[in-house]
Design a protein. Structure first.
Length: 325
């Protein structure tokens, strides 16, 4: 059955078909590009290893916080499955980084500046702080636009739900502070995956079309259409919303790089967690913590980008013969 207003089929699996195709294309294209780069001996293997280890640690931390831990053989079996899942996630993200790094370093090296500095341990770099601040601001704006589309759809069509069903991790975060921390860690994992995934898809289409603008347009249309099929609402309102949001993400990816885009996705996922302004609600403290964490990350980014940049300028002024970084 097709909804006359939305023009979409009622079966959720059929609606998710395009999104599944996009995800499979990202993973398949990333694996092929990574294999090609490894065969030619190209790529930042040390950076990919560090990123993979980080994702493995995040996945194991999520398991440690959310598993029931019955002990005995069941504990070992559960740990084995968690290790397998963590290895799969770490390998997928590491291969995605190996897939894009040589091409991006040759075609648009500024895309990797902040991520390379972070993988090298330079967290106090002003560029990293700028990307933190801009990423949080962009993620907040995108989240507001997405929620606004749901509200506008409900006004245009009263049969549309005003509230969107919570994803699994967001609903599980209501079970306590430990589950909330696990949900935040999962937002880190998904933020890195989506940030790299959009870049992998953009790079694959760039290699096919051999034109950066047409590749960006294709990514924007493909991703926005996939999200439109999944999220509820009047189809043209939802599509325009995701078209704007995807265009903003692709623009950030080209101008600021992969780290700012990852922070944008992380902020969107973080703000997907339940937040309320009613102190009587049992999850009020969870929402307050999420808001304070978001504001804290933005403040850290602003402080780093301003204070450390001023410090570098002062050092170069006192030592004018020192080479520029």
């Amino acid at each position: 059955m097709t909804n006359a207003t939305t023009g979409r089929h009622a079966d959720p699996l059929s609606r998710a078909g395009l999104l599944i195709f996009v995800l499979v294309s990202i993973q398949g294209g990333g694996a092929l590009l990574a294999w090609w780069n490894l065969r030619l001996g190209r790529g930042d293997r040390r950076g990919a290893l560090r990123l993979s280890l980080l994702m493995f640690a995040v996945m194991m931390a999520i398991w440690a916080l959310t598993a029931e831990h019955p002990g005995g053989l069941l504990e070992i079996a559960g740990m084995d499955m968690s290790i397998a899942e963590a290895l799969f996630v770490a390998a997928t993200i590491g291969l995605s980084y190996l897939a894009i790094e040589p091409f991006v370093r040759r075609l648009r090296p500024e895309t990797l500046f902040s991520s390379a500095r972070i993988l090298a341990g330079r967290w106090n770099d002003p560029g990293v702080g700028r990307d933190l601040l801009v990423g949080v601001a962009a993620g907040t704006l995108i989240k507001v636009v997405a929620d606004g589309s749901v509200l506008v759809s409900s006004l245009l069509d009263p049969t549309q739900p005003i509230f969107v069903a919570l994803p699994y991790e967001a609903a599980r975060s209501l079970m306590g502070s430990v589950s909330l921390i696990a949900a935040i860690l999962d937002a880190v994992r998904l933020g890195v995956f989506l940030g790299l995934g959009i870049l992998v898809l953009l790079l694959c289409l760039r290699l096919v079309t051999r034109h950066e603008v047409w590749a960006a347009v294709a990514v924007i249309l493909l991703v926005s259409s996939a999200f439109t099929q999944v999220f509820p609402g009047v189809w043209y309102v939802t599509w325009f919303c995701h078209l704007f949001n995807t265009a903003a993400i692709v623009w950030m990816l080209g101008r600021l790089g992969i780290f700012a885009t990852t922070i944008t996705w992380f902020t969107i996922l973080l703000l997907d967690l339940p937040i309320t302004t009613d102190p009587s609600d049992f999850y009020f403290s969870n929402g307050l913590f999420v808001m304070l964490l978001t504001i804290g990350i933005a403040c850290c980014g602003g402080y780093t980008s301003v204070v450390w940049r001023s410090f570098e300028v002062e050092v170069r002024t006192r030592n004018p013969i020192d080479p520029q970084p």
